[in-house]
Design a protein around this ligand. Sequence first.
Ligand code: DX5
Ligand code: ZN
Length: 208
Amino acid sequence: MKIQIAPSILSADFGKLNEDIATVEDYVDYLHIDVMDGHFVPNLTFGAPVVKCIKSKKPLDVHLMIENPMEYIDDFAKAGANILSFHYEAVENPRVLINMIKERGIKAGMSVKPGTEVEVLEEFLSELDWVLVMSVEPGFGGQSFMPSALDKIKWLREKAPNLDIAVDGGINEETAKLCKEAGANILVAGSYIFKAKDRLKAIESLRG
Ligand code: DX5
Ligand code: ZN
């Protein structure tokens, strides 16, 4: 599968978000947008009104790290999300949410934290458009890659040869290589891209 890159704007400068996005958007495939509520994860970012202000030609991959994601699907749909990923750990009935997202013409994604077994996703794989494997504890950028994500990616790729499998957290040139070998086709990277001296070079090094 073609390797696709999704820069995480969590590591961009929020004071000039659209300018920062403009420096990378021609060279990437998606924009990864981390929504945190201070409950599901111990950090706060922003909600749908800010997502609505994001100007980009590229699809918006919105990663919801929030409790009760169901209550906010409509807001993010209206704000322009193209992919909406919620956390398995945050919902009681993932199937209801998958259907709700798809009914709005948006790709449905599900994410698992490092401590959650990947096998919980099995019964949903045929319905999901996207799986987001967390390779750090969600909440902050700039953490170190957890190699336990690699076995999860391998397992998913064996079960679902055509699924979009994204990996998020601690991605750099070396860990990207491991994730690609394991079967991931989408690499989310925040600090490695936005803190790089040469952002385009960083993006190219991820594609490999
Ligand atoms: C962490 C977020 C990630 C984060 C990754 O909770 O979901 O998307 O931005 O940041 P890096 O690439 O710096 O680990
Ligand atoms: Zn993320």
